[in-house]
Design a protein around this ligand. Sequence first.
Ligand SMILES: Nc1ncnc2c1ncn2[C@@H]1O[C@H](COP(=O)(O)OP(=O)(O)OP(=O)(O)O)[C@@H](O)[C@H]1O
Length: 307
Amino acid sequence: MTTHPAPTATVVSFENVSKSYGDVRAVADLSLTLNPGETVALLGPNGAGKSTTLDLLLGLRPADTGTVSVFGTTPTDAIAAGRVGAMLQSGGLMEEVTVREIVTLACDLHRRPHPVNEVLSRAGIDQIADRKVNKLSGGQEQRVRFALATAGDNDLIVLDEPTTGMDVTARQAFWATMREQADRGRTVLFATHYLEEADAIADRVLVLHKGRLLADGTASEIKAKAGARRIAFDLEGVIDEPALRELPFLTSFDVSARTVRIQSTDADATVHAIYSLGLYPRNLEVAGLGLEQAFVAITEAEEAKAA
Ligand SMILES: Nc1ncnc2c1ncn2[C@@H]1O[C@H](COP(=O)(O)OP(=O)(O)OP(=O)(O)O)[C@@H](O)[C@H]1O
């Protein structure tokens, strides 16, 4: 009887990982774990450390301190075993070859390759398979990178801002394919600036800021962590702005024409106080923050703490 090694429960593990470039601390004491079948968004503003984190995960850069492991081994060994596919932002494609040639090469090099035609059609580049790579548009190049990342059967797919430059159709097709991969138990990790993508696609969102992990949870948990809720209402007559600004628990305030828009960390108390002022708010709406607003709130709170 053949014995198989027990499946490793943890796909990726970072333990107290730090990485600096000279004086710039790109990743600071980062600890995280990725589990099988998760689709995880790595979200953060420019310079947050997303690409560096992915480089460390792929063994493209060594950590200064801490341990990175992928499927219980080093990133290099996990990649050599054909378990990881990656689509990075940079990295030139070979120019004087056709799309089919470069995809065929990627399939030939993979331990568990998919058929070339399947890879081409999944990435939506079967129609341009005979075109030279240096004649492609930015969005088409991204599709080729996507094809290279999915040339074989990978247990972990790592994507650095994968949909940059893709049109809406390409974006939708791309995420449909990624969802299929996740449904088949693959782990997908992607870095993004697009909060709506993180919200729509990811089971889990990691918020990175100045190399540190600020939040780790579902999109709704991240929104809840930001604490505030949005309140909007219309008022008739003269609007007493100073009185409204004194409402309890406000974190933001805006009046335009007859509409008051505020954010509050205790919406029930704020709404109660509005009525206590003797006002009659019309079209009253109370809603949670969107991920974008939550993200801004969390990073601003962090900046304020650091100041
Ligand atoms: N090779 C390098 N040499 C020096 N500094 C670097 C290098 N690569 C990145 N940095 C710096 O490290 C920090 C993190 O950069 P990184 O590219 O990881 O962030 P990011 O979140 O991927 O940003 P973006 O969203 O803009 O791609 C930044 O301050 C950046 O300027």
